[in-house]
Design a protein around this ligand. Structure first.
Ligand code: SF4
Ligand code: SF4
Length: 328
């Protein structure tokens, strides 16, 4: 009876926490992304800037976007030292911080506020609801799907971006990339107000962005080749990995029907059964939505992994025994 009362309180805690109402980190991420755009705008205006996410740096040290660096070399059929350095540094950043760029720096974070449907939370929630192999012994060992990258439409578009560059001799995808278009839009709007420069692009760029992000609301999850490229390297990321403390998790310890962390994840990661998610931890963008929404505060992002990322298969009706912690 006492346990029932405890479960009731826990369930109330889950229900009272509106899934999308407590995402406090989202506001910080929005502020950071706006700050990056503002910094680029000031740089454009004063001609002392550090560039933008497509090509940024200082003086002779300019780093390229990894997709831009890769396709530039494909286009020129040559090894470009600047592109190689950019790719190596991007790989190092991805190994340390994973795909944090996508949630903290990418201008789609800002565009998502203007066009709310462009960054649909729960974008992959339905797909991650089940796993045909849920509970199989492979999960306990950390099957290939859980530990690696799940290839999807984004990776096919990444391949198409490389092949089209090969065919046409220039990075075709850069023409429609929302990252580049947003920074270009900031520059054009700034020049419009500062110097009265009126060009067709002032109208065309926002129109293209609106079409991409409004008509293709799952751009980030289903289309973005930059995210796909990052996931191929971020598979080696072991720092700041979201980790569930099973002692605190309501689902694991009290059998409460809670999957708030699964439902809120925009990347479709299931922290309780990574193999069942639409994507793996290689696609975690460190947005912290899962931690913010968890009614028990059970999710943290430790600097260094305690062993390896914890993967467990738990069921609301059959909570695991304490200590039945399965690690990949
Ligand atoms: S696992 Fe958590 S931090 Fe990672 S993408 Fe999903 S909600 Fe964001
Ligand atoms: S870790 Fe996930 S399932 Fe567990 S209490 Fe937090 S939100 Fe609920």
């Amino acid at each position: 009876m006492a346990r029932k009362g405890e479960e009731g309180k826990a369930t109330e805690a889950v229900e009272s926490r509106a899934p999308h109402g407590a995402l406090k980190t989202a506001r910080v991420r929005f502020a950071v992304a706006v700050g990056v755009l503002a910094l680029a705008a000031v740089g454009y205006f004063t001609a002392t800037g550090m560039g933008n996410a497509c090509a940024g740096g200082w003086g002779d040290l300019v780093l390229l976007c990894p997709l831009g660096a890769l396709t530039a070399m494909v286009a020129q059929h040559a090894i470009i030292p600047q592109a190689v350095v950019s790719l190596v540094l991007a790989a190092a950043v991805l190994l340390v911080g994973g795909r944090f760029f996508c949630s903290w720096v990418c201008p789609t974070v800002v565009l998502g506020k203007v066009l709310p449907s462009s960054r649909g939370l729960k974008a992959r929630g339905d797909e991650s609801a089940g796993c045909s192999e849920a509970g199989c012994a492979a999960c306990a060992r950390g099957c290939g799907k859980a530990r690696g990258v799940k290839l999807d439409s984004r990776h096919a578009i990444l391949a198409a971006a490389v092949v089209s560059t090969l065919i046409f001799g220039f990075p075709v995808f850069c023409l429609v990339c929302p990252v580049g278009l947003t920074f270009a839009g900031v520059l054009l709007v700034m020049r419009l107000f500062a110097f009265g420069e009126v060009t067709w692009a002032v109208l065309a760029i926002p129109a293209i962005l609106a079409v991409e992000l409004a008509l293709l609301p799952r751009w980030c999850q289903n289309i973005c080749p930059l995210g796909a490229l990052q996931s191929l390297v971020a598979v080696g990321n072991r720092m700041f990995v979201p980790t569930v403390d099973r002692e605190s998790c309501l689902k694991a310890t009290r059998g409460v029907s809670c999957d708030a962390c699964v439902q809120v994840c925009p990347e479709g990661i299931n922290l309780h059964d990574v193999a069942a998610g639409a994507t793996t931890l290689a696609d975690c963008t460190k947005c912290r939505d899962c931690a913010d929404v968890c009614p028990a505060g059970a999710i943290s992002f430790p600097l260094l992994p305690k062993g390896t990322p914890k993967i467990s298969t738990v069921s609301a009706s059959e909570p695991d025994e304490p200590g039945d912690l399965r690690e990949a």
